[in-house]
Design a binder for this molecule. Structure first.
Ligand code: NIG
Ligand code: FE
Length: 424
């Protein structure tokens, strides 16, 4: 058994067993001066020090949080974490004024990562993926949704999904796999896109589902990528094969994504930078959770953030995620996402934390196991080197995670923890 004692603010995010909406987003259920007991990888008891400390037995390992805040690990519900190569040249082009869409139109962007990823072996992708897994963990993230989508052939998409499976087994980070074979139309199918749709629907989706390599299917619904009609066909096929549905919707233009997500009752509609009031109302009526990705807006140098406050007012179960990928969002940092959400989308730090933990867990079908500190849940928790949970969004550009536990085991410890400049 493990006891975590001397937690300053124990930010439990406990509450209703469903995505939090409206004013509930603001309630992160803090226990001041708290403690917790962990047994067999799960949270056993959570309460005030006075309640918990008498339960500590002699065989218990005791960890002193030193008055720091303790929170659930972040659940990052939208990432593209398996790819080869990086794109700093395009980063410089964008600095010089070339748009993300123009880079994509001339064969850069997603296609340049597809070329590098196709050339990499399963072992190489796993090795590269482990480096990024360590970045997620040191940012205080313990679960990620992981999309394929840089293979765009049967063989290469399977290779990515197998890399995700290996990363899930070989790292402390939890991965929830999503098939994103419809991330783009690969170059060899550009003049015959119907055949690529056929490949997706008749071969890739059935095989991925049969081999249990993904839980969800996603489509990049966007001008010059997949139309709403094509997205409908792909997602309908995925549903027939038992996959849950997610959708990249209205990221770069108002392309009918939110409405399509509502029509199909997808679990999530992601991005939504261009979604209007009608789209928000449709998402609400259909019970779709929005996954907002402000780090991609920031990294593309745009100022068009999704309308988070309107979505909260409409009663949607908002989720925040990084969108980690080598093009539009090269960051694994959820604390950076919290900061941007507060500064640019006017979400309070508490609302942002709820969106990045329990609401994200529900969007991945893991609401009863992850996302809050409540008895019976997985002991995925983070000790952040802060006195007040609001510091996570306030002191930006700082990784606050100090000790990260997944399933009750230490998954990351800040290497300089013994530095004399750190608090004791
Ligand atoms: O979510 N929108 C599509 N896909 C990614 C970008 C991928 C890339 O540029 O490599 C996104 O932003
Ligand atoms: Fe994405």
């Amino acid at each position: 058994m493990l006891a975590v004692v001397n937690c300053g603010q124990l930010v439990t995010v406990a509450g209703a067993a469903r995505p939090r909406v409206g004013a509930e987003l603001q309630d992160v259920s803090i226990i001041n001066a708290g403690a917790m007991l962990v047994r067999d990888g799960r949270l056993a008891e959570i309460g005030s020090r006075a309640e918990i400390e008498p339960l500590i037995t002699a065989d218990c390992e005791v960890f002193d949080a030193g008055g720091r805040i303790v929170m659930p690990g972040f659940v990052d519900a939208h990432t593209h974490p398996v790819f080869a190569g990086i794109r700093p040249d395009e980063f410089e082009e964008r600095i010089a004024g070339v748009s993300y869409q123009d880079i994509a139109a001339r064969g850069g962007g997603i296609q340049s990562t597809v070329r590098a990823t196709r050339a990499a072996s399963l072992d190489e992708l796993t090795k590269i993926g482990k480096r990024y897994a360590s970045w997620f963990l040191r940012s205080g993230t313990t679960t990620i949704e992981a999309k394929s989508g840089y293979g765009l052939s049967l063989e290469d998409e399977l290779k990515i999904l197998r890399a995700i499976k290996r990363l899930n087994a070989e790292t402390p980070l939890r991965y929830v796999p999503t098939f994103l074979g419809a991330h783009d139309v690969p170059p060899e199918y550009r003049s015959r896109r119907d055949e690529y749709l056929k490949l997706l629907i008749e071969e890739m989706i059935p095989l991925v589902a049969r081999e249990h390599l993904a839980e969800y299917c996603d489509v990049f619904c966007e001008e010059r990528v997949f139309t709403a009609d094509e997205s409908w066909k792909i997602l309908s096929a995925a549903r027939c094969h038992g996959l849950g549905l997610r959708l990249h919707a209205d990221q770069l233009s108002l392309s009918g994504g939110a409405k399509l997500a509502a029509e199909l009752h997808t679990v999530t509609a992601d991005h939504l930078e261009h979604t209007d009031a009608e789209g928000i109302a449709a998402l609400k009526a259909a019970g779709v959770q929005p996954v907002l990705l402000p780090a991609s807006v920031y990294a593309l140098g745009s100022s068009r953030y999704p309308a988070a406050r309107e979505m909260i007012e409409a009663g949607l179960g908002l989720v925040l995620a990084t969108d980690f990928n080598p093009g539009s969002s090269p960051t694994t940092s959820m604390s950076l996402v919290l900061s941007i959400a507060s500064t640019h989308m006017k979400m309070t730090p508490a609302e942002a934390i709820t969106a990045a933990t329990i609401n994200a867990a529900y969007s991945l079908g893991r609401g009863s196991e992850l996302g809050s500190l409540e008895p019976g849940k997985n002991a995925d928790f983070v000790i952040h080197d802060c006195d007040d949970y609001r510091e996570l969004a306030y002191f930006f550009g700082i990784e606050h995670a100090w000790q990260v536990y997944a399933g009750g085991r230490l998954a990351f410890s800040r290497a300089d923890a013994s530095s004399p400049l750190q608090r004791q």
